[in-house]
Design a protein around this ligand. Sequence first.
Ligand code: NDP
Length: 258
Amino acid sequence: NSRWSLAGKTALVTGGTRGIGYAVVEELAELGAVVHTCSRNEAELNQQLQEWSAKGFKVTGSVCDLSSRPQREQLIEKASSLFCGKLDILVNNVGTNYPKPTTEYTPEDYSMIMSTNLESSYHMCQLAHPLLKDSGAGSIVFISSVAGLLHTSIGSIYSATKGAINQLAKNLACEWAVDNIRTNSVAPWVIKTSLIEKLKTIIDGEKFTRDVESRTPLKRLGEANEVSSLVAFLCLPAASYITGQTITVDGGFSVYGF
Ligand code: NDP
């Protein structure tokens, strides 16, 4: 049934070598999409590409630092030539965080988190627009965060970028509806990835895990493939009337008042 398949679709997923991006690449490829991804580490990228090829998935990759404007332009040129100018799916997944109290953030911290999380996603949408338009039924998914909706004490700059991404999804949903491009935002709570491992070395990791587990109705952290399933759903023809939404994947955290 073609409503539940991505066969013949083309997808660009940023940051696909680890964590949520990795799970999204696999999920889209498993549903039949041809996927291009990127990361900054060439050795790790090649390793994952080999594994995907062994699994029979059609995935290619480029080394790209998504916080660099010229490198983003090169990435889109590459995707455009691979996919003959037609892109059906863009997943803006790359994001980073460095939690500090607001009064301690430096101008460099601010620029680094803003450019990696918000400016890169914004520019990728601008660059991908003609390709998504050519698809005739494009889908953009942003990986946002529950931190963009609620205070979570993991950094005010990070949270501001994620709040902005949720709004961007709403704006583009309306502005690009005329091109039949749908735009949605997926907001995960704490998911077991290398980003969270890094975070736990900066803050008190054990306390963080305990707090998260106790305040999350499902009493556990999430898995990357529990996020990628929603991302894939939003890209399917079955989701053709869903646009402009921010949907949480959070084990009930955001509805737990007491
Ligand atoms: P990870 O750090 O585990 O993985 C990030 C991926 O993106 C890696 O493949 C990494 O490869 C790549 N990447 C990072 N920075 C860049 C860059 N500047 N240019 C190109 N590639 C880059 O992160 P997660 O999977 O945890 O997070 C993915 C997204 O999900 C982020 O936007 C994050 O904010 C969001 N999120 C995560 C949550 C969580 O709990 N894990 C919760 C809510 C949202 P490399 O470093 O080699 O470049």
